[in-house]
Design a binder for this molecule. Sequence first.
Ligand code: NDP
Ligand code: 8X3
Length: 260
Amino acid sequence: MSKTILITGATSGFGKAIAEKFAQEGNTVCITGRRDDRLAEMKQTLEGNGNCKVITLKFDIRNRDEVAAAVKELMAQVSRIDILVNNAGLAAGLNSIEDGNFDDWDQMIDTNIKGLLYITRQVAPIMTVQASGHIFNIGSTAAKMVYKNGNVYCATKFAVDALNQAMRIDLLQYGIKVTGIHPGMAETEFSLVRFKGDADRAKGVYSDMNPIRPEDIADIVYYCSSLPAHLCINDLTVTCLTQACSVYSIKESDRIKPQA
Ligand code: NDP
Ligand code: 8X3
């Protein structure tokens, strides 16, 4: 059955891959982000490829009024929201706490925590009226264990993990599923954003490691959303084979390979 899915931060990385996966399966996909050229291009490509409907909403998730207006605009075009993927987020910088940049801190807190809350506050009442729905919160391995210089980014993801648990409790009576997905290192635009456009430094993060691909996370979200009505995966941490947790990973070339 075709579903309506709203994905924040769908202009690149995980969000884009999730949009592509659900579009491929013939759903109504609402894609959001600040870069409207990318939104327009994705709509054209995805609708050109199949039988899906794509709705684009350009807004900055840090702006409460823009978020409210966007959800209102969406509800003028659809009758329900089956899935919300709270994905928009970023890391800015990688500094020790005494050397932190206030603007970076504000941007991460405003996007990863407050932005997630703003959109959830608009969508959750729609789902409670429906008495159904599924909210995905994209956390991180950084939500489970802090790492050196990750301080504020990790704190925002710990908050996402807490909100994921809280939403599940608060929305339990409405039959709304809430799933936290906590990926480890994945090669998206994440490090390019974190290192403010330094492509070599960003690339270096993933060298010799065979990281998670955005499509992997899209497949996982799709699987979780396809479970029988009485089941919910509450919390899922996923890493590539060479990463054990936030602080411990090895190089792919150091991995002992199976005997041929
Ligand atoms: P990308 O940088 O590729 O994508 C981030 C997305 O978030 C973009 O679509 C961007 O859209 C959107 N976004 C950022 N800020 C805002 C804003 N203020 N308003 C609206 N949209 C915004 O990174 P990823 O795909 O890797 O990241 C997605 C999520 O996954 C994030 O929450 C990240 O913390 C998390 N994550 C990433 C991991 C990784 O290693 N890549 C691992 C674990 C978790 P636009 O710029 O157009 O606004
Ligand atoms: C993104 C992955 O390891 O940079 O959440 O924190 S990491």
